[in-house]
Design a binder for this molecule. Structure first.
Ligand code: R5P
Length: 288
């Protein structure tokens, strides 16, 4: 087996190789003068199980093309199998036509990746309207969760945590993690009007004085969901507010905005950032 980092996968690829005892290489990528993608394997992958590692952030669409090119090239070079470890998989939030005429991007992407991979490994996919990864990919897939790692982090760093989920969908993280560490939890109610307009409200009063309010969600993107949640939680006078997410996209200065609102932020390294304190490489290595 050989772990092959794509252009945004090196922060995890190296560690996954070390922890799994597999070989390691990174593909060479670049751009032709007209913007087209250049890609080259630097090690022989013939007869090997190739695990591509890619984290989809930044130029997501360019990275999709790069990843498919890498898979096709590995196959051309004689790889025995081609797997993808994509801890954050993009387009899962566009999982239905919310308005007439909209593309259900998740299904298009799913079918596209099916053709190139023998197996796809994802950490905490944003599965809401689709329940399982098998509804997204026809090829073999594996759904991992960072919940035990988040639970361990909270146990190590906080003494009186109360876990908060910003919306019903977040029970999969907030409530599940709370159950793992025997902590209280509460799920708030969210209404999303647009990408930048969300309203969150408390469904019931929670005892929070002298406790640490730990908001847990799968994704922080623009930060609006978290900012609205912080606004509500502040009224309850917690000792501290901490936001923990699996996938820290942090677009539009979300990190700064959340810190300004008086909360600290922690994420895993499915997408690397200054607050990626929880490492998912072992989780992925163990699944190979
Ligand atoms: C929504 O269902 C997700 O779980 C997150 O709450 C959402 O994607 C966060 O987005 P934003 O940070 O842009 O509010």
């Amino acid at each position: 087996m050989i772990i092959v980092s794509c252009s945004k996968g090196a922060h995890l690829g190296r560690k996954i190789a070390k922890k799994s005892g597999a070989g390691y290489t990174a593909i060479k990528t670049g751009r032709f003068p007209d913007g087209e993608i250049y890609l080259r394997f630097l090690k022989d992958v013939k007869g090997k199980i190739v695990v591509l590692v890619q984290s989809f952030y930044g130029d997501i669409d360019g990275l999709i093309v790069e990843t498919l090119f890498a898979a096709a090239t590995a196959r051309d070079l004689g790889a025995k199998k081609v797997l993808l470890a994509a801890p954050y998989f993009p387009y899962f939030r566009q999982d239905k036509s919310f308005h007439d005429g909209e593309c259900v991007s998740l299904h298009v992407i799913g079918h596209l990746f099916d053709k190139y991979f023998d197996k796809i490994i994802v950490v905490d996919p944003h599965l809401h309207r689709e329940n399982t990864l098998q509804h997204v990919f026809k090829t073999e897939s594996s759904r991992l969760t960072a919940n035990p790692l988040i639970a361990m982090y909270i146990q190590k760093h906080f003494r009186t945590p109360v876990l908060i989920g910003p919306d019903w969908e977040s029970y999969k993280w907030a409530r599940k993690v709370a159950e793992m560490i025997n902590a209280e939890s509460s799920i708030l109610e969210k209404k999303r009007y647009s990408s930048h307009n969300v309203k969150v409200r408390l469904r019931r009063r929670i005892e929070m004085e002298n406790k640490e309010a730990i908001i847990v969600d799968d994704i922080i993107s623009t930060g609006h969901t978290i900012l609205e949640t912080i606004k509500n939680i502040k009224k309850l006078n917690p000792k501290k507010i901490i936001c923990i997410c699996v996938h820290g996209i942090f677009t539009e200065n979300a990190l700064e905005k959340i810190r300004k609102a008086g909360a600290s932020v922690i994420s895993t390294n499915t997408i690397p950032s200054a607050v990626s304190e929880i490492d998912v490489s072992g989780l992925i290595a163990n699944s190979l």
